[in-house]
Unconditional design. Structure first.
Length: 158
């Protein structure tokens, strides 16, 4: 009589992982190239006003930003609802604007200092008093290229 042997249980097939590091490095490289880092964290609310005549800034690395607006809702109990000035990542007073411009100029090369532009990102409901005070400080700092940051208004053509 013939004997039948039971087949031994074979383990599951192994997956070839030779190309796995290549795929991981491709994904890593893609995200490194396509991701932009936020330069500053907004400490004020800025709802930009709309304008019809809008131009894009060419060299954004030559732009220094000043944010003006009310504090966010979570901080209004502590800071109030009056518009505040933000320079880089902290609140500031109008008297600190000249020092801010001086630091920004020192960080640039000498040839680029003449091309420096100051961009004001102001909330649309902010009164012009604080904006005028900031502009006066910019004049004293000899920062005469000022840009107002806005959104483009789409006009209805009926």
């Amino acid at each position: 009589m013939a004997r039948f042997k039971k087949k031994k249980e074979e383990g599951s097939q192994t997956i070839n992982t030779a190309s796995l590091p290549d795929i991981i490095f491709m994904l890593l490289f893609f995200f490194m190239v396509s991701t932009t880092m936020r330069e500053t964290q907004l400490l004020v609310q800025v709802t930009q006003p709309k304008a019809t005549e809008v131009q894009k800034l060419e060299k954004k690395e030559l732009v220094s930003y000043i944010y003006i607006g009310p504090p966010p809702k979570g901080r209004q109990a502590m800071l109030g609802t009056e518009p505040r000035i933000q320079l880089n990542d902290s609140y500031a007073e109008t008297s600190e604007v000249q020092q801010f411009i001086a630091r920004e100029r020192e960080a640039m090369s000498e040839g680029e200092r003449k091309l420096m532009t100051t961009s004001l990102k102001v909330d649309k409901d902010t009164k012009m008093g604080i904006v005028s005070d900031v502009k006066q400080e910019l004049r004293h700092a000899n920062a005469l290229k000022i840009n107002y940051n806005t959104r483009k208004r789409v006009e209805d053509r009926n």
